[in-house]
Design a protein around this ligand. Structure first.
Ligand code: G3P
Ligand code: CA
Length: 253
């Protein structure tokens, strides 16, 4: 079945070419025609939402330590791009900076809250508060919302639905329990967020979710065979580390 072209979501920016979660990676993604950006967020010691995937900054910077034990000023002199493709940028990227990057554009931002048990609820509360300050927490409808909240944690998504009921949500998953195969999702999740490996086994999942009113956001889709699978299955959002080549592939179809 042939469907509408999926939107291209730059996963951690154009992260196959630039260091993930750096401004340079996101700027490149926009230059390459990404429709949307994805980022992971954690709370720093001084209460800022910072874009870091891991619990620690060791893999992605020349510093060391746990994000929640470091302040933004403590991370301001660190190099988060040198390990991949040095851009000379300094400091950790904050969610506020990403919001500024997409302000006034139609580019969507998919924000994944990482879910340290110790800080349960804090990340989501900070996210809703920050979006409220930017006038983004209560969009007119899901389609026009610039920001979409995502998590693997049911508790996290449910909490956001309770505090910001109009903010669209994605429930991420990398396993398909029997109860989910039908395409049904809990009432607090708008969009299904399967790992591409699940769709390789069961591409029909996308149509079943769509029949129940749930678009699909699939991650992480870098290979042409997987992009084609998503396109044919009717996936709405493709999260990729290679937004440029993914966009070119889709344009050529
Ligand atoms: O976009 C969802 C995807 O990012 C989830 O996995 O580990 O890359 O955050 P991870
Ligand atoms: Ca993520």
């Amino acid at each position: 079945m042939c469907q509408a072209t999926p939107a291209v979501v730059a996963h951690r920016g154009a992260s196959a070419q630039r260091a993930e979660h750096t401004l340079g990676a996101y700027e490149l993604a926009l230059e390459q025609g990404a429709d949307a950006l994805e980022c992971d967020v954690r709370v720093s010691r001084d209460g800022h939402l910072v874009c870091v995937h891991d619990r620690r900054i060791d893999r992605t910077s020349n510093g060391r330590g746990v994000v929640s034990e470091l302040t933004v000023p403590m991370m301001s002199g660190l190099d988060f791009s040198g390990w991949r493709n040095p851009s000379g940028e300094r400091g950790v990227l904050t969610l506020e900076m990403l919001l500024e990057l997409v302000a006034g554009t139609s580019v969507k931002l998919f924000v994944e809250t990482k879910h340290p048990v110790r800080y349960a609820g804090l990340v989501e509360a900070k996210l809703v508060a920050l979006l409220a300050r930017h006038g983004l927490a209560a969009p007119r409808d899901a389609e026009s919302s610039q920001v979409v909240m995502m998590s693997f944690s049911s508790n996290a998504v449910r909490r956001v639905r309770q505090t910001a009921p109009r903010l669209p949500t994605v429930l991420l998953f990398d396993r398909m329990p029997n109860g989910r195969r039908s395409g049904e999702l809990p009432s607090w999740a708008d969009c299904a967020g399967p790992d591409i490996r699940l769709l390789r086994q069961d591409p029909g999942y996308v149509a079943r979710a769509a029949e129940r009113g749930h678009p699909t956001y699939c991650w992480t889709v870098d290979e042409p065979a997987d992009i084609e699978l998503c396109r044919r299955a009717g996936v709405r959002y493709i999260a990729t580390n290679r937004p440029g080549s993914t966009r070119s592939y889709l344009v050529d179809q």
